[in-house]
Design a protein around this ligand. Structure first.
Ligand SMILES: [Cu+2]
Length: 306
């Protein structure tokens, strides 16, 4: 029995470890699209390697001990209080590993949040609201117009509560797709109007909570043209699953064309990311795939027969 347990533990350990080593793309994030992304990736790699070694060593020992201390039918069991020295050693080693990984990673995390953006970076405000993202650009004056809570009303098309009497609001652009210029640093202000949401774009390696009452600043530079998906990564209510939006990283010329006529530009260049079919309106959605239609018909005929 001890030997069977050893084999099962080792088999699960080596098969699961094999997939991480042989097929990293199955476990891994999509190709990176920001300048600071590779640093996050190398941090992930250090963590994976360190944790992988600990995992394999612990599981190999577990299997070995299950076999070594198997029931031999005669020896009486004895109670152990443990080994203080051993416990101290592995607690200290774990603490060193944990604190060390944090120290290695903290500057990467902090540089996008605590250091200010460079002057001339492009401003964009990202607001999460159950269950939609809104993106606002300050327009040619470089200033966001004032917002008032009493004016927040998605049904009037003014979900952000922008005050029309503020001159700075006149040229503000609000979009439901995030359009960003490639190779330009972004000065992002993150907001939430109701509950905590979380702005996450896997390709950007960027994930940050949006908290009601806080203006969270962060900055990063997208460096690959393409269409990506924004997911809300905070369970924020019953419609959380559909709280996503498209982000388009485009050339400088395209970006300027978008700022000039946002609606028209987005109609001509609709977002075409990996999940774009899911973002379509229901009326636009395609009929189910043939296999699914077949299954539905089969189900109907079964129902009729009964
Ligand atoms: Cu959300």
């Amino acid at each position: 029995m001890g030997l069977a347990l050893l084999l099962v533990v080792w088999l699960i350990t080596f098969v699961s470890t094999y997939f991480f080593i042989a097929h990293p793309s199955w476990m891994w994030l999509p190709p990176v699209a920001t300048t600071y992304g590779p640093q996050i990736d190398s941090q992930f790699t250090y963590t994976y390697i360190a944790m992988g070694i600990v995992f394999v060593a612990a599981q190999v020992a577990l299997g070995l001990f299950a076999w070594k201390y198997r029931d031999r039918g005669h020896a009486a069991a004895y109670y152990s209080h443990g080994n203080i020295r051993l416990e101290a050693v592995w607690t200290i080693l774990t603490a060193i590993l944990f604190v060390g990984l944090n120290l290695m990673g903290q500057h990467i995390w902090a540089q996008a949040r605590f250091q200010g953006p460079s002057p001339g970076s492009e401003q964009v405000e990202i607001t999460g609201m159950q269950f939609q993202w809104y993106f606002r650009y300050p327009g040619s004056d470089g200033k966001y117009g004032r917002t008032l809570a009493k004016l927040e009303d998605p049904s009037t098309g003014n979900a952000l509560g922008i005050d029309p009497d503020d001159p700075a609001a006149k040229d503000d652009i609000v979009s439901s797709t995030l359009v960003l210029p490639v190779n330009r640093e972004l000065d992002v202000t993150l907001k939430a109007l109701d509950v905590i949401h979380d702005f996450f774009v896997p390709e950007f390696r960027f994930k940050q909570d949006a908290v009601p009452g806080l203006l969270i600043h962060m900055h990063f530079t997208p460096n690959r043209i393409g269409d990506y998906e924004i997911d809300c990564a905070e369970l924020c209510g019953s419609g959380h699953y559909k709280m996503r939006a498209g982000v388009k990283v485009v050339s400088e010329a395209d970006y300027q064309a978008f700022l000039k006529a946002p609606q028209q530009w987005l109609t001509e260049h609709p977002w075409n990311g990996p999940m774009s079919r899911g973002l379509m309106q229901e009326s636009e959605a395609k009929p189910p795939a043939p296999a699914l239609q077949l299954a539905m018909r089969h189900h109907q005929s079964q129902a009729e027969n009964h």
